[in-house]
Design a protein around this ligand. Structure first.
Ligand code: FRU
Length: 422
């Protein structure tokens, strides 16, 4: 496709703010925004690998898509090392916690397939060793492009640096399973610019990752969400009246919250294929509130834009807190203004008795929320490491509110539509 710059004029907008006042409304253990307890006797997808961030195959409109009746998910994946001397403790026992905590440094993209939308079978690595330009293959989004089975996998190539990249391949089905072919040429798309989005030089703890491309249901253009931090040297950000919001007396003090500078970034494609992108100002900033708004994604419902993003307790700023989980914001148009769902932003958090039970929630357009199990407390006072799919939860989205309404099987990710390959 030819570039057509006229068609993609600049969209001036001001980022919406998730304020400290909004975050003061976040409360763990509200039953309408809390994930049911995950039992410590959960099943494990694989004894060979840990999985965490789960990326269901979907189309450019965000619909979860099966191909020829096969559901497909991509996962960040790392080998488990039960017999590796490096991961034995002083008593010679496997230190699974250390193995799990080290996983980010060796994350690779794998895929799984299923006839039932659960009971996933391991397909293998998406890209052969050496294809991806960096050590870590971090989260992104696989998009089914057409009935020929072509798939664009957008993901983050990390260490050295952090680059949003994409790689094209094809999904092939038989009556016995699914294979992915191609995925041999990785194309770098863009990196943080230091003007809108913080660079590694500005902050060694910067975040720039997790692309989520989509077609805007209203203007029909191709955009991409991603996680960023607001540009500027670490420590130079101002937490002023706008970032603080309308707080009660005694809450004006912001401590060291200038170090928390998360934002949800957006870029627009200059071409139809999504090979040429222009970064725009963030949709949402959380300066003075939280340092990570990870894996941002949309649900388009009732003519509204529901923006979801995952975040942690440990990334909150001084004086505000909330559970690990998924947070959400709603607007009537793509560029906002966005209002925190449920007043606070919290949509589905871990219960305080099991603060690390799940993470990396992905809200699908059918209201189902998938996540992975991180660690669950055990009766003997220890923890059990997951590295596997959590039970799927259903939320109902109504105007500016959300409600937890149901729970399903582990890793239940049913298709919303099926594409028959030609
Ligand atoms: C979320 C996340 C992503 C990142 C990946 C790294 O769980 O932190 O933002 O891409 O995990 O493992």
């Amino acid at each position: 496709m030819q570039n057509n710059p006229e068609k993609f004029g600049k969209t001036p907008h001001r980022p919406s703010l998730w304020t400290r006042a909004d975050a003061l409304k976040v409360h763990a253990d509200d039953p309408t925004t809390t994930q049911p307890l995950v039992s410590a006797d959960f099943p494990v997808l694989s004894d060979e690998v840990f999985i965490w961030d789960t990326m269901p195959l979907r189309d450019m409109d965000g619909n979860i898509t099966s191909v020829d009746g096969w559901s497909v998910i991509f996962t960040l994946t790392a080998d488990r090392h039960p017999n590796d001397p490096q991961y034995l403790d002083e008593n010679g026992n496997y230190d699974i916690t250390r193995d799990w905590n080290d996983r980010h440094g060796r994350a690779k993209m794998y895929y799984w397939f299923s006839r039932t939308g659960k009971d996933w079978e391991l397909g293998g690595r998406v890209m052969a060793e050496g294809v991806s330009p960096t050590v870590r293959e971090w989260a992104g989004t696989p998009v089914l492009l057409n009935e020929r089975g072509e798939v664009d996998l957008y993901y983050t190539a990390v260490t050295p640096g952090a680059t949003i990249v994409k790689v094209r391949g094809r999904v092939v089905t038989t009556e016995h399973g699914v294979s992915l072919v191609g995925f041999e040429k990785v194309k770098p798309l863009f990196e943080a610019d230091g003007k809108m989005y913080q660079t590694e030089a500005q902050n060694p703890f910067w975040g720039f990752r997790d692309p989520w491309p989509f077609r805007d249901p209203n203007d029909g253009k191709l955009y991409m969400l991603f996680e960023g931090n607001v540009a500027g040297e670490r420590g130079s950000h101002k937490v002023g009246e706008a970032e603080i919001g309308d707080v009660p007396p005694g809450h004006e003090e912001v401590g060291n919250s200038r170090f928390q500078t998360a934002c949800v970034g957006i870029a627009v494609a200059r071409d139809e294929d999504g090979d040429d992108w222009e970064m725009l100002p963030p949709l949402l900033t959380a300066v003075g509130v939280n340092d990570q708004t990870e894996r941002p994604h949309f649900v388009f419902q009732d003519g509204k834009y529901y923006l979801f993003t995952i975040s942690h307790t440990f990334t909150y700023a001084d004086g505000v807190t909330g559970p690990d989980g998924v947070y959400g914001f709603v607007a009537d148009s793509l560029f906002g203004p966005y209002v925190p769902l449920n007043g606070s932003g919290l949509v589905l958090g871990n219960p305080s008795s099991q603060p690390f039970q799940t993470y990396s929630h992905c809200v699908m357009p059918n209201g189902l929320v998938t996540s992975f199990i991180d660690s669950v407390p055990t009766a003997d006072g220890g923890i059990r490491i997951g590295g596997t799919e959590a039970p799927t939860v259903e939320i109902r989205i109504k105007g500016q509110q959300t409600f937890v309404v149901a729970e399903y099987d582990y890793g239940y990710i049913p298709p919303m539509l099926d594409v028959t390959l030609k």
